[in-house]
Design a protein around this ligand. Structure first.
Ligand code: Z5A
Length: 207
């Protein structure tokens, strides 16, 4: 693939979307061909899947069904946006990707990690990010930031232990993939975090 694939990960309210948007604008200003996208919901069909996933429901939402929906969303995303854009040499910036499934459905929800790795591989058809920024913050801080801006969705409503397992899960994933995943301190100012991102991308000859 000719383009570059950059993903952002972290617990709720970590500041991923803020950094993804800053990077998008920076690359546009530097004349690059860039796509800013997210999971779930990076395609038209993905938007429908996103609604099912995040809306509150009075039915049981089985964890396996949840996992399958995230992977279905991802496979639509790969076919309709990510793969074609990379083949055209574009930069793809994606707010959440496979590491979120491992952290949320695996480490936090308790589904089998190896099963999720296999499903991720199938859904992505082997496409992996060139680099992933994991923005790490205490979960209490992230939830506080989110609650100041909007109402909680189905997942944000999980108890605090779920969110703590989630943060630990993300850190374990990063520990296992040190070359790809860069952990950034989300308690720093958005400007400082962004400056680090640019420095790292330049050092790795990605930009
Ligand atoms: N999910 C899953 O379970 N499995 C999967 O495989 C995938 C996803 C792909 C998507 O939600 C949900 O799907 C998500 C995981 C699950 N869980 N939930 N719910 P989403 O797309 O709606 O939301 P999100 O991805 O969790 O993002 P977010 O909640 O909007 O947070 P964020 O992008 O990390 O933060 P932000 O929007 O950049 O910033 C939040 C606020 O903090 C905002 O007011 C900022 O101005 C402020 N902010 C940002 N940075 C800073 C710093 N550095 N300091 C202080 N304040 C800051």
């Amino acid at each position: 693939m000719k383009g570059y694939f950059i993903t952002f990960e972290g617990v709720e309210g970590a500041g991923k979307s803020t950094q993804a948007k800053l990077l998008y604008q920076y690359l546009i200003d530097n004349g690059k061909d860039v796509v800013l996208t997210k999971e779930p919901g990076g395609t038209k069909t993905g938007q429908k899947i996103r609604q099912i996933l995040l809306e509150k429901t009075d039915e049981i939402f089985p964890p396996v069904a949840e996992l399958m929906l995230y992977e279905a969303d991802r496979n639509f995303h790969i076919h309709n946006l990510i793969k074609p854009s990379l083949q055209q040499g574009k930069y793809i910036i994606c707010d959440r990707f496979t590491d979120s499934t491992l952290a949320y459905q695996g480490y936090a929800r308790g589904l089998d990690i190896n099963l999720i790795k296999q499903l991720n591989e199938i859904a992505t058809e082997g496409i992996k990010p060139d680099i992933t920024f994991l923005i790490d913050i205490p979960v209490e801080e992230g939830l506080k930031r989110i609650r100041q801006t909007r109402q909680a969705d189905r997942i944000e409503d999980e108890d605090i232990q779920f969110h703590k397992r989630l943060r630990e899960g993300f850190l374990k994933i990063a520990e296992n993939e040190k070359d790809r995943i860069v952990v950034l301190d989300g308690m720093e100012s958005p400007e400082n975090i962004f400056a680090k991102i640019i420095e790292i991308l330049k050092n790795r000859n990605i930009i």
